[in-house]
Ligand binder design. Sequence first.
Ligand code: F6R
Length: 611
Amino acid sequence: MCGIVGYLGDKQATDVVIEGLAALEYRGYDSVGVAFISKDRAGKVVKQAGRVESLVPLVKQQALAGCHISIGHTRWATHGLPNSKNAHPHANNDNTIFVVHNGIIENYQELRDQLIKIGYNFYSETDTEVIPNLIDYYNKKTGSLEQAIRDTLNDLSGAFAVAILSTLEPDTIYAARVSSPLVIGVGENQDYILASDPNAIMEHTKKVIFLDDNDLAVIKKGKLKISDFKANTAKDPKVELLDYDQEKASLGDFPNFMLKEIFEAPQTIKTATLGRVLADEGIIKLGGLESINAQLRYIDRIVIVACGTSYYAGMVGEYLIEELAGIPVEVQQASEFKYRHEPFSRSTILLAISQSGETADTLAALEKVKDFGCLRLGVVNATGSSIARLTDAGVYCHAGPERAVASTKAFIAQVTVLTLIALYLSKGEHKSYRKLLKELELLPEKAKAVLDQANEIKRIALKYKDSSEFLYIGRTILYPCALEGALKLKEISYIHAEGYAAGEMKHGPLALIDKNFPTFALATNSAVLEKTLSNIEEIKARGGPIIALATLGNKKIQPLADEVIYLPETLEQTQPILAALAMQLFAYFVAEAKGLDIDRPRNLAKSVTVE
Ligand code: F6R
């Protein structure tokens, strides 16, 4: 959610930090700030509400050349309004210790009350401000900044990642984490760059060290020490190589990342299936699952956990795995799974789906079953992310970095990968196995054919842009797609949209229908098409406008719908991918027509690292 960047080395530190924050801004963007130690060893903080670019001139004024150490933060407000007072970094009362923080300190109120009792003052509404003051308290007690930081970290409960800078040790950055990501990049001239997301690092170096829970890193020029702050034991830093493709994170000719990422769909499908689908040989190769073949033999149930768009991809996966592999699947929102008391046996797989690999609730779901002896699998996009590292095995989505807050290409990749998993688990025994392998090879071209209709979809979007609500309906495997279509529209265009199973309409939602309440109906060719057409009839009879998604060549839909978007013919199992693409474009063009900030919708952030 929020973003942390820190730098220590030969370059102008504030420049590196600002650049890193700009790369992370998609994660949280309501306020921004940096702290740095200037050439004369004074500590300074510059912060304000708003975006990174608005901070640049202020930092340039204050951080004169020769500043080699700095930390910074982009914020997504959890405690207190997004204003300059609540923006990070936060300092102790003496203004000698500066902290940036991601996550939530759950016991901050208690710590704050104790500090107030002994004379500390607080100037913000944040949970973060207790950290520099508590460090200050322990530092005055022990005379050691490192010990003070250790003591403070041990007093905090919740999930957090912190970076700390102090005039008391002007050549050191301290960094620590519990259930919130932090990674240290090892630069060329013995310099280090610290960030909560490798996106801020990859331009500088691909050599990274991922911190684990309870790690405290003490970073000095050319010297890095990592220890477990709970056990107080030293650890050997493990350097890994990032395999991110930096080029893909730039906009090219597109006006924003969402449109770019939607248009990447054909390539996304190709990359997700590359080397994995050998249609002529009738083979699916998933290295991640081959390594656990022996355990997979004893599996009798799969529980999928995920949030938001990934959850809807999981629901599509449920239909696919149950149909193709005959294994019962249950999909749960990770935030609910964590607090349920359901029976869970060793023969159940917990499958986590996540684009970022850092979603707090999904991570918590994996943690919950840690001691149950069951397999924990991942369908993750971000390589090296916490979920990727926590799971026993899995299949990467390989969609490349997704920068727009609203997930598009990740959904396409997740559903593609779940199709592969379903086929793999089917052991080739389902009647559609071969046909589906072939279809996956043809799918990128069909996705392109959907994208080629962008102008037509835009025309329809302009017609409906002023609607204040929308219904999305679908049946069977297109039902979760309807939920995802509605989510896409509401999050970027701020239009209230609901997804419903088409068969549920008569059980309540039909009451909403009138001439001002449009329905987006997913009515592609399938075994249940006639049923969906009846539901569309019922909506039409009540005067509701209808936009239908139909399979090319379907003539029955025309008289029923006000607008029809035609999708290329494909198998029922691959329809969700093409349908999602058309709905992504529709939501995009509505938001564009309303002049909204498409990549950074209000109140949201990419990668939800707090519960
Ligand atoms: C919606 C969206 C979110 C994410 C959700 C899970 O467009 O992006 O609903 O899908 O926050 O995120 P990941 O997949 O990173 O776990």
